[in-house]
Write a protein of this length. Sequence first.
Length: 223
Amino acid sequence: MTSEIKISPSIIAGDLTTIGCDVQKFDSTIVDLLHMDVMDGNFVPNLTFGHGFIKNLAGHTSIPLDIHLMIERPELSIDSYIALNPWCLVFHYEASRFPARLLTSIRNAGIKAGLSINPATPVESVFDLLDFCDLVLVMSVDPGFYGQSFMEHSISRIEKLKKAIDRDFAGKIHIQVDGGINLSNIKRVVAAGADIVVAGNSAFAGGDVNSNVAALKKAAVGN
């Protein structure tokens, strides 16, 4: 696992009517991943898109996909997302009664298996599942509502998770953080332990994603 910070622009912050053309302009040496928020209108109030849309979008870019399932009972549709062969596939701890089984299925397909936790879920809830994880996504806003402000208590949650990972799984599990991250707070998020940062408005503001992501990476290391 590399110590380099990865930035994953969340495509719902862009224009989904033109995103297929837009991603062709993204520089793969700058933009590390593309974050796909799949919302079902059930686990979260909003609806976005499903595996068909993601499959089509993947045909327009070589940038690896970072799929985040904000859906109830992800085990019912997980195979269709595994078939897309993303870089990672993440579902919510709160959404499935069979997280270990689901994480194992994802990992067995050669995909990084990820578990996400909401701001109200104690980070300790996933400690017993870390052996099944390649990635843990800490939500720094409530999921399903684009444009929220970063929740400051997320920093201590990231630090607590980082300590648990370093104790038994050092260098083996990524910490991803999603929600309200920008130039002013990304350095603290990374210092707390995150090595993958999801960027919404901060990546798409003004339309120059490459420049925005480069600026975020610079801010992350304080240069």
